[in-house]
Design a protein around this ligand. Sequence first.
Ligand SMILES: [Zn+2]
Length: 271
Amino acid sequence: MYRHYKQERESTQSIAAKYEFYAHIFNTEFNISFFTPKKDQCDLCESYKNALDEEKEALEDGYKDHQKQKELSRKEKAEDIKSCKEPNSSKIVAIYDLQAVMPVPIGESSAFFYKSKLNCYNFTVSDIKNTTTRCYFWHEGIGNRGAIEIGTCVFEFLKNIAECQPNCDVIFYSDNCCGQQKNRFILAMYHYAVSTLNINSVTLKFLVRGHTQNEGDNAHSLIEKAIKKAKKSGPIYVPSHALRNVSIHNFLSKEYLSATQFDTQLSLRDA
Ligand SMILES: [Zn+2]
């Protein structure tokens, strides 16, 4: 901005103020500042919004199609949620998502910045019908964050649903991560679940890329706030300490996955 200002002053042969003075005026005399986006923005929508007029024409069709898809996906989810809440409905609508990685140890002191980190993962499944959120928590010493681990968590959720509400029709919503849930291993797990558990059907619906904000994000942001608060009163050293913050909210039922549960899933892949 200063460069533009300088160029403009020079073009009219006027004297330009020094950068320091310009910055001082800019920061103290005007009620303006740089905008920080609140949440992750969609690449496609942002590139269309930021495109020049002539570029916009080329992007127009793709953008319109994307907007239509977004609306349709929202409508579909709203309809599913409405119908699952009807009395005697056999439908269960659940949305699952992996939370951003939580590394330990973390603390306010800069010394933590240089420590080797152990990554902790938290996978949440939000059951919209029963308004419960289940957290599956593990660290990288137990498992990665691929199809095997995600599959194990979803299968555990299905096992629980089959016991509590037998003969239901489960509809899952998720984002489009191929390494985690949009792959053949997870499909095989659903097939296995439907043929061995007391579940009528499992339907998968994927949210539109860039617009995957969902009900599970509420749980994630609550957990992130709890971790932030806990960090202020002292460092978080070990995964169990991080887990305590994950399960701090009463509505979250925590489930700490053990290594053996991952082994069962591994054998499922080999079958
Ligand atoms: Zn978009």
